[in-house]
Design a protein around this ligand. Structure first.
Ligand SMILES: Nc1ncnc2c1ncn2[C@@H]1O[C@H](COP(=O)(O)OP(=O)(O)OP(=O)(O)O)[C@@H](O)[C@H]1O
Ligand SMILES: [Mg+2]
Length: 272
């Protein structure tokens, strides 16, 4: 399999602010891993372990302090600013909180249109694409002129997924995409993400607190603790022969996670 993303010795140090400027935070410490095309790389770790920081560094939304990131053969460290716009469309990120990701002043149509205008689509192409995208994520097209506050959290996350898809990405980082949503609708969003992955041949980095969910979805698993990737490998190997005591701890204490997600047994083949 071809690797779509390779992270080499990535370190992120936040300088620290105000009076504690002398105490910088090493949020990521020498992280290396790769993600192959079509794979779901599950990244698990407790709150504050550096998951979101890693996601942001990979996409250079916040550049790493040291280390390299390769997208295919392209070293992202060397990409000039004017090429980022095009590149970013290929690599999307979906955050935990759907409420802050949509502009409250823009209708669904306007939200989705912005990116398509940048891609140079005509009015007709935009309308056709928006209709198709909303259909794919399960939002009725007759709601296209509504505003974010008229939708539930799950529906907003569907709209955000549609917006990400509109850029024709190859690779999506999902940063705890369901943990802010009602338990009853989480499985529906996970289902949708799995369907879309298959349909568009996507590669995911799926971030979660919940090792049960990560175990179910992922082909490869990375365990982050205090900014260090303490374990990384094929999902079946990590789950059957965890090398690090922290991974063993997570496996033995699934309830130690404060995830709101239903335990693994509810994610049967029929529901996911
Ligand atoms: N902009 C920043 N400035 C300073 N420190 C930061 C900044 N962003 C994150 N940190 C610190 O980096 C560490 C990792 O934070 P991060 O948000 O990546 O963790 P996380 O694993 O995503 O947590 P959660 O599960 O709560 O989302 C934390 O100690 C956090 O306080
Ligand atoms: Mg986070």
């Amino acid at each position: 399999m071809k690797s779509i993303l390779r992270v080499e010795n990535l370190t992120k140090i936040f300088p620290g602010s105000g009076i504690i400027k002398r105490y910088p935070v090493k949020a990521l410490d020498n992280i290396s891993f790769s993600v192959e095309e079509g794979e779901i790389f599950g990244l698990v770790g407790e709150s504050g372990s550096g998951k979101t920081t890693l996601a942001r560094c990979i996409l250079f939304l916040d550049p790493p302090t040291a280390g390299k990131v390769y997208y295919g053969n392209l070293c992202l460290n060397t990409v000039p600013w004017y090429q980022w716009k095009k590149l970013r469309s290929r690599m999307q990120i979906i955050f935990q909180d759907p409420n802050s990701a949509l502009n409250p002043r823009l209708s669904v149509r306007r939200s989705l249109e912005e990116g398509l205008i940048n891609l140079g689509y005509s009015k007709k192409q935009r309308n056709d694409t928006i209709r198709k995208l909303l259909d794919q994520v399960g939002i009725p097209y007759n709601q296209v002129d509504r505003y974010p506050h008229e939708f539930s959290g799950g529906q907003k996350q569907r709209i955000i997924i549609a917006r990400a898809l509109s850029m024709n990405p190859k690779f999506i980082v999902l940063d705890e995409p369901v943990s802010n949503l009602d338990v009853s609708i989480q499985a529906g969003i996970i289902n949708l993400l799995m369907d879309l992955k298959k349909e568009f041949n996507l590669t995911y980095i799926f971030i979660s607190h919940d090792l049960d969910l990560i175990a179910y979805l992922s082909t490869k698993i990375g365990v982050l603790k205090g900014g260090q990737l303490v374990e990384v490998g094929k999902a079946e190997e990590v789950l059957s022969h965890p090398l690090h005591p922290y991974t063993r701890f997570l496996l033995e204490n699934p309830l130690s996670f404060h995830s709101k997600i239903q335990p693994l047994k509810t994610y049967t083949k029929e529901t996911v």
